[in-house]
Design a protein around this ligand. Structure first.
Ligand SMILES: [Zn+2]
Length: 214
């Protein structure tokens, strides 16, 4: 079986996604892009992450043809491949139905810079793509269009998509955006939160580039 390490990583982040409450039921899916072969390793449709075995992950090409695996790929495979086709800076995608992101998506509101950590998404607002049925090609098209240069996009009345250079950063961004969305929803319940402007957020985005251990 090819890509054993990537398979184990996908299973481990799938479990984390459940444990952190980011994806109720069998919702939520994730993938990594294998650039050497132009293939995508993606979670299968409708299997609980705690029952998932390495061989259940599905290796597909960018047109959705199954290259390896006997399971059906996630119903959102077209959403994943559309991002990989349109963005050369991302190699992993996490899709969640987390509560506060889903609340804002139901309001069809962007996630605003109510906390500076939103800068992790490389934007000062995470936009919300117009409603389209889950799993549809039009959903994928609108999500990619709406996302622009951001690393996250909400899907109206549905959930969140995050993009990363690797699975860890895409997963961490899904957690961060849920945190910011929660602040936004809670502060909006008591009034009108102050929102950081583009200049303030650009300063944070710049500062983040040099943040952490070298
Ligand atoms: Zn979904």
């Amino acid at each position: 079986m090819k890509y054993l390490e990537e398979r184990q990583e996908l299973i481990s982040y799938g479990k984390k996604m459940k444990e952190e409450g980011l994806a109720p039921g069998t919702s939520g899916n994730l993938s990594v892009f294998l650039k050497e072969e132009n293939l995508v390793l993606i979670s299968p449709s409708g299997i609980d992450y705690f029952d998932l075995r390495e061989e259940d992950l599905v290796l597909i090409d960018l047109d959705g043809n199954v290259i390896e695996g006997d399971k059906k790929p996630s119903s959102e495979w077209f959403l994943h491949t559309s991002f990989y086709k349109n963005r050369d800076d991302i190699f992993a995608i996490v899709h969640t139905h987390s509560m506060y992101c889903a609340c804002l998506a139901a309001m069809r509101m962007p996630i605003l810079a109510v906390h500076y950590v939103l800068a992790d998404a490389n934007t000062n607002r995470v936009p919300c793509a117009p409603y389209e049925r889950y799993g549809s090609k039009s959903l994928a098209k609108k999500a990619v269009e709406t996302c622009g240069e951001s690393k996250g996009v909400l899907l109206a009345n549905h959930g969140l998509v995050t993009l990363g250079e690797d699975l860890k950063s895409a997963f961490n961004l899904a957690k961060t955006l849920e945190y910011v969305a929660e602040i936004q929803v809670r502060t909006m319940a008591i009034g009108r939160p102050f929102v950081l402007n583009k200049k303030e957020m650009d300063q944070v985005i710049d500062a983040f580039k040099g943040y952490g251990q070298k």
